[in-house]
Design a protein around this ligand. Structure first.
Ligand code: FE2
Ligand code: FE2
Length: 158
């Protein structure tokens, strides 16, 4: 999964790497899944079923964003992490962007998906390194809701 394709340098950043760990396996797994979604979007470029892939990738991304952000926010609150508010604000801004892209795409402006994998991964890498990394050491295993992400996504909608 970490291999670099010399013919496609942009692709190399679409892989999770060990330096992105936040010290919790479940949260790391969520982050890895985001990379998989971005890679799926990237790989669909120029293929016949591009529209179908983009459509489902956007839906999965929306679900993952809601579920993963709730998982982190619950863990931070449970650990009494002091900088939750600023972190939640970053999550809300990104969720708003993804939801806006999904809306515009479904309204028929397909070009809005161009650059989505790069944008999502650039945001994610920066966010993991500058925000998620800060709760490393605060969050204990018992603070993290370990249910599958889909349950958290449903809870986030309530
Ligand atoms: Fe995260
Ligand atoms: Fe986060």
């Amino acid at each position: 999964m970490n291999e670099i394709d010399p013919g496609d340098p942009g692709k190399s950043k679409l892989a999770w790497s060990d330096d992105l760990t936040v010290g919790n396996r479940i949260i790391d797994d969520d982050h890895k899944a985001f990379f998989e979604i971005a890679k799926m979007l990237h790989d669909s470029d120029g293929t016949e079923d591009r529209d179908l892939v983009v459509e489902s990738a956007i839906s999965i991304l929306e679900e993952y964003v809601c579920g993963h952000f709730l998982r982190e926010e619950k863990a931070m609150r449970s650990a009494k992490y002091p900088r939750v508010a600023a972190h939640v604000l970053q999550h809300n801004l990104f969720r708003g962007r993804i939801e806006a892209i999904g809306r515009v795409y479904r309204q028929g402006t397909k070009s809005v998906a161009v650059g989505l994998p790069d944008m999502a991964i650039d945001w994610l890498i920066t966010h993991i390194k500058s925000d998620d990394a800060q709760y490393k050491g605060w969050i204990r295993e018992r603070d993290v809701d370990d249910r599958p992400l889909v349950y958290l996504a449903i809870e986030a909608e309530l």
